[in-house]
Design a protein around this ligand. Structure first.
Ligand SMILES: CCCCCCCC/C=C\CCCCCCC/C=C/C(=O)SCCNC(=O)CCNC(=O)[C@H](O)C(C)(C)COP(=O)(O)OP(=O)(O)OC[C@H]1O[C@@H](n2cnc3c(N)ncnc32)[C@H](O)[C@@H]1OP(=O)(O)O
Ligand SMILES: Cc1cc2nc3c(=O)[nH]c(=O)nc-3n(C[C@H](O)[C@H](O)[C@H](O)COP(=O)(O)OP(=O)(O)OC[C@H]3O[C@@H](n4cnc5c(N)ncnc54)[C@H](O)[C@@H]3O)c2cc1C
Length: 572
C-alpha cells in the first residue's frame, strides 16, 4: 500500500535522529565515512539511548564503552538485563547501524555518556553481527508501522574512530579530551524543536476534520418544527472546537518561531558560541511539553465532538491520536521537560534577576518583575482593570502570571530549605510548583508570539479574524487557569465573569469564518485521510463506501458462521 505521508515509518529515526546526530556530532572524516552512505540508505541507522531500565535518567544509563588501547577499539557491552537498549525506532528489523549512547570508560575512569556508531547487522545479508542480539519489542499502543527494538551488546568491538568526536575525544593512548561544553553531547534539542510544529499539524488536522464534519452534520432540533441544524451551530460545539482552532494557529506560529530559533542558535553553536544553548534547551523542552500536552487533549476533544463516527477509523481521528500521543513521552517525558525548564532556567533566572541582573530572551520579564517588587505596591493592591479586547494587555497579564508562579516556586524551595530539607528534597517538594511555573512561562510565550505575529499581517480582514482567534486563545486560557490569575491577584471574580461572557461573543463572531479558517490550513484529502473531513463534505456516501470496503464484507456470509455459530447451535 502507498506510504501515507504522515504515518510513522521505520526510517523516521534514520532521517530524524541518526542523520541529524551525525551532522551535529561527527568529525569531517566521520561525515565522509558515515553520512554519505547513510544519505544513500546503504547505512540505515537508529538512535539507541533509552534502555529497559532508564529513559529519563541519562546519567543512569548502564551500557558501557570501554577503550582498549592495545587494539585501538571500544568494547560495547550491556552488563545487565536493565541495560538492554529498548524502544529505539527502526532498531528491531530495519537498521544495520545504531548510534549507541554509552558510559565511556578509558584509563580506568568513567567520563559519562558519549555517542558511538555501532554496526549491528551485516550490510549485505542483514544478519545480526557477532555479539549483537537484536529484535522487535512487540506490539504497542500504536506505531505498528515502526519496529521499535531491543539491542543487547555482548562485548562488541568497534574502532576508536567510531566514537563521535566533534566535541569530546579519546586519543590513541586512551587520554580523554573534554568537549568545550558538557551540554553538547545531550542532543535531542533538534527533535524537541521540530515536535512543536508537529503539535500544530496534529491540531490543524483534527480541527479541520471536526469543524468540516460539524458543518455537514445535522442533528436534533434548535427550534421546534424547523429542520435539524448543523451541529456547528450549537454553542457547546463551538466551545469545544473553536479554542482548538485558535490553538492550531497559535502553535503554527510558535512552531515556526521554534524552528527559526533552533536554526539561529545551532548556527551560533557551530560557530563556537554556546551562550544561547541554555535558552534553546529550556525553550525546546518547555514548548515541546506544553504543546504536546495541549494537542494530545485537543485531539480527543475533536474525536468526541464527532459522535460515533469520530470513533470510526474512517474519521482518521483515532489514528491521529494514537500516532501523536507518544510525543508526550518520547524525546523527553513531558513532566521531566517542564522540570528542566523550571529548575535549570526559570528559577536560575529568577535568582539572577533578584540581584539586579538584566535578563535577555524569553525570561527578560523576570527582570521587570524583580524591579516591580522593589517599588512600593499600589495602596489598592487590587487587580488592574481588565480589557477583554486589548491583546497587549492580555499578554502583560500572562507575563505577570508567569512571573508570579516562578516566584512562588522559587519561594517554595526557599521555605523547604528553611525547614531543614536538603537541596534535592527541597526541589522535589516544590516540583508541582515548578511544573506550574514552566507551564505558565510557556503559555505566556505562546500568547506573546501569537500577538507578535499579528503585527506582521498586512491584510486587514485576515488580521481581524486572526485577532479574534488570538483573543479567544488568550481569554480561554485565562478562564481555564483562572485560579492562577485569581491567586496572583491579577483577576477578580467580576472580571472572570466578563471573560466568560466575552468568550461566548467570540464564538459567535468566529462561526461564519470557521470552515474557511480550517480550509486555510490547506490540508488536502490525501493528507487528512478522513471521510468526515473531506473537502467536498460528501460524508455519508463515502462513509458507506468505506464500510463496504471493510475486509469483513468480502463475503456475505463470514466463515465464522460455519466454523463457530452453526456448530454451537447444534450443541444447544
Ligand atoms: C538530514 C536531516 C533530515 C531531517 C528530516 C526530518 C524527518 C523527520 C522524520 C521523523 C521525525 C523523527 C521522529 C522521532 C520519533 C521519536 C523518536 C524518539 C526518540 C527518543 O525518545 S530519544 C530519547 C529521548 N530521551 C530523553 O530525552 C532523555 C530525557 N532526559 C534528559 O534529557 C536528562 O536526563 C535530563 C536533562 C532530564 C537530566 O540530565 P542530567 O541529570 O544529566 O542533567 P542536569 O543535571 O539536569 O543538567 C545539567 C546541565 O545540562 C543542561 N542540559 C540538560 N539537557 C540538555 C540538552 N538536551 N541540551 C542542552 N543542555 C542540556 C542543563 O540545563 C544543565 O545546565 P546547567 O548546569 O544548569 O547550566
Ligand atoms: C513511541 C516511542 C518511541 C521511542 N523511540 C525512542 C528512540 O528512537 N530512541 C530512544 O532512545 N528512546 C526512544 N523512546 C523511549 C523514550 O525516550 C522514553 O520512553 C522516554 O525518555 C521516557 O523515559 P522512560 O520510558 O524511562 O520513562 P520514566 O522516566 O521511567 O518515566 C515514568 C514516570 O516517571 C516520572 N519521572 C521520571 N523521572 C522523573 C524526575 N526526575 N522527576 C519527576 N518525575 C520523574 C515521569 O514523569 C513519568 O511520569 C521511545 C518511546 C516511545 C513511547
Amino acid at each position: 500500500s502507498c506510504v501515507h505521508p504522515d504515518r510513522p515509518e521505520p526510517l523516521d529515526l534514520h532521517l530524524g535522529m541518526f542523520l541529524p546526530t551525525l551532522l551535529n556530532q561527527a568529525t569531517p572524516e566521520q561525515m565522509e565515512r558515515f553520512f554519505t552512505p547513510a544519505w544513500n540508505l546503504r547505512i540505515i541507522g537508529t538512535y539507541a539511548q533509552t534502555e529497559m531500565g532508564h529513559g529519563t535518567h541519562l546519567r543512569g544509563l548502564e551500557t558501557t564503552a570501554t577503550f582498549d588501547p592495545s587494539t585501538q577499539e571500544f568494547v560495547l557491552h550491556s552488563p545487565t538485563i536493565s541495560s538492554i537498549k529498548w524502544w529505539p525506532g527502526g532498531l528491531g528489523k530495519t537498521s544495520n547501524h545504531a548510534i549507541v549512547l554509552a558510559q565511556l570508560h578509558t584509563q580506568g575512569r568513567c567520563h559519562g555518556l558519549h555517542a558511538f556508531i555501532v554496526p549491528i547487522r551485516d550490510m549485505d545479508t542483514h544478519v545480526p553481527l557477532p555479539g549483537v542480539v537484536v529484535g522487535d519489542i512487540g506490539p504497542k499502543f500504536g506505531f505498528s508501522e515502526v519496529d521499535n527494538g531491543f539491542l543487547k551488546l555482548e562485548h562488541v568491538r568497534i574502532p576508536l574512530d567510531n566514537m563521535l568526536m566533534k566535541f569530546a575525544k579519546v586519543e590513541p593512548d586512551g587520554t580523554y579530551v573534554k568537549p568545550p561544553s558538557a551540554k553538547l553531547t545531550y542532543g535531542m534539542v533538534f527533535i524537541r524543536s521540530m515536535i512543536v510544529g508537529q503539535s500544530a499539524l496534529a491540531l490543524a488536522k483534527s480541527c479541520t476534520i471536526a469543524i468540516r464534519y460539524s458543518a455537514v452534520r445535522h442533528q436534533s432540533e434548535l427550534r421546534p418544527g424547523e429542520p435539524e441544524p448543523q451541529i456547528l451551530n450549537y454553542q457547546t460545539q463551538q466551545h469545544k472546537l473553536f479554542p482548538v482552532l485558535a490553538a492550531a494557529y497559535a502553535f503554527t506560529f510558535v512552531g515556526q518561531y521554534m524552528k527559526d530559533t533552533y536554526r539561529r542558535i545551532s548556527g551560533d553553536i557551530h560557530a563556537g558560541d554556546y551562550s544561547q544553548l541554555p535558552e534553546l534547551h529550556a525553550l525546546s523542552a518547555g514548548l515541546k511539553a506544553f504543546t504536546t500536552w495541549a494537542a494530545n487533549a485537543a485531539i480527543e476533544v475533536c474525536r468526541m465532538s464527532c459522535g460515533g463516527h469520530g470513533y470510526s477509523r474512517s474519521s482518521a481521528l483515532p489514528d491521529i491520536y494514537v500516532e501523536f500521543t507518544p510525543t508526550c513521552t518520547y524525546e523527553g517525558e513531558n513532566t521531566v521537560m517542564m522540570l528542566q525548564t523550571a529548575s535549570r532556567y526559570l528559577v536560575k533566572s529568577y535568582r539572577q534577576a533578584s540581584v539586579g541582573q538584566r535578563l535577555q530572551g524569553s525570561v527578560s520579564y523576570l527582570s521587570e518583575a524583580a524591579a516591580q517588587r522593589l517599588r512600593p505596591r499600589p495602596v489598592s493592591g487590587g487587580a488592574a482593570p481588565l480589557s477583554t479586547q486589548d491583546l497587549l494587555s492580555l499578554v502583560h497579564l500572562y507575563q505577570r502570571r508567569a512571573a508570579s508562579l516562578v516566584e512562588l516556586a522559587a519561594k517554595s524551595i526557599q521555605q523547604e530549605l528553611q525547614r531543614g530539607r536538603s537541596q534535592e528534597e527541597a526541589w522535589n517538594h516544590s516540583s508541582i510548583d515548578l511544573v506550574r511555573a514552566s507551564d505558565a512561562h510557556c503559555h505566556f510565550v505562546v500568547v506573546k508570539l501569537f500577538v507578535d505575529k499579528l503585527e506582521q499581517v498586512d491584510d486587514a480582514a485576515v488580521k481581524a479574524v486572526l485577532s479574534t482567534l488570538a483573543l479567544l486563545y488568550a481569554l480561554k486560557g485565562l478562564a481555564d487557569n483562572s485560579g492562577d490569575f485569581l491567586q496572583a491577584g491579577l483577576l477578580t471574580v467580576p472580571q472572570a465573569t466578563r471573560v466568560s461572557a466575552r468568550i461566548k461573543e467570540l464564538l459567535e463572531e468566529l462561526r461564519p469564518d470557521a470552515v474557511a479558517l480550517v480550509d486555510a490550513f490547506d490540508l488536502n484529502d490525501r493528507k487528512l485521510n478522513s471521510v468526515l473531513g473531506r473537502y467536498d463534505g460528501n460524508v455519508y456516501e463515502h462513509l458507506y463506501e468505506w464500510a463496504r470496503q471493510s475486509p469483513l464484507n468480502a463475503t456475505e456470509v463470514h466463515e465464522s458462521f460455519h466454523k463457530y455459530l452453526k456448530p454451537l447451535r447444534s450443541r444447544l
